[in-house]
Ligand binder design. Structure first.
Ligand code: UDP
Ligand code: MG
Length: 160
């Protein structure tokens, strides 16, 4: 058995997940990480990081023209964030489901935002919205050498 060869490589995606400053301040780091772990995805990058303004602006550049953009940048740079890269079959869309709707009041119970947050401006976690953005965002937030490709021993029990 070669665990890292179990899932065909085209199916495997990467997504950028970030615990926002409110999630860190509220002591939700372990709770949030464990939801992705328990689902069965593989953590390939993890760091606590104080985000500079320029990086926050680049990350959210598609929202530049929105009225809430300045407040969003203040929020994301207001304290340390937890940057994560997660890998797995269908991880991009699945992580978005685990996270729940952008407005936590509309997020289903059982999702991270549905269970742990009340306002859009304090919605505790970010997740990439497409495989292309997953790659783009991981490239923005992580340097080479900070990511770790590893064969998970449990993989044959998660993907056939
Ligand atoms: N946001 C906000 N007000 C809004 C819409 C979005 O403060 O009316 C913030 C919120 O933190 C959200 C982030 O901007 O998570 C990015 O918005 P997007 O529409 O990409 O939502 P997401 O992909 O995070 O669900
Ligand atoms: Mg988004």
């Amino acid at each position: 058995f070669l665990p890292h060869l179990v899932a065909s490589m085209e199916e495997v995606e990467q997504t950028y997940i970030m615990i926002k400053p409110d999630g860190v301040q509220r002591g939700l780091v372990g709770e949030i990480i464990s939801r992705f772990e328990r689902k069965g995805f593989k953590l390939t990058g993890l760091k606590l990081f104080q985000c500079p303004k320029e990086l926050a602006e680049e990350h959210y550049k598609d929202l530049q023209s929105k009225p809430f953009f300045p407040k969003l940048i203040d929020y994301i740079t207001s304290g340390p964030v937890v940057c994560m890269a997660w890998e797995g079959v269908g991880v991009v869309a699945s992580a978005r489901k685990l996270i729940g709707a952008t407005n936590p009041l509309n997020a289903e119970p059982g999702t991270i935002r549905g269970d742990l947050a009340v306002q859009t401006g304090r919605n505790v976690v970010h997740g990439s919205d497409s495989p292309d953005n997953g790659k783009r965002e991981i490239g923005l937030w992580f340097k080479e050498g900070e990511l770790c490709a590893w064969a998970a021993a449990l993989e044959p029990w998660l993907v056939e």
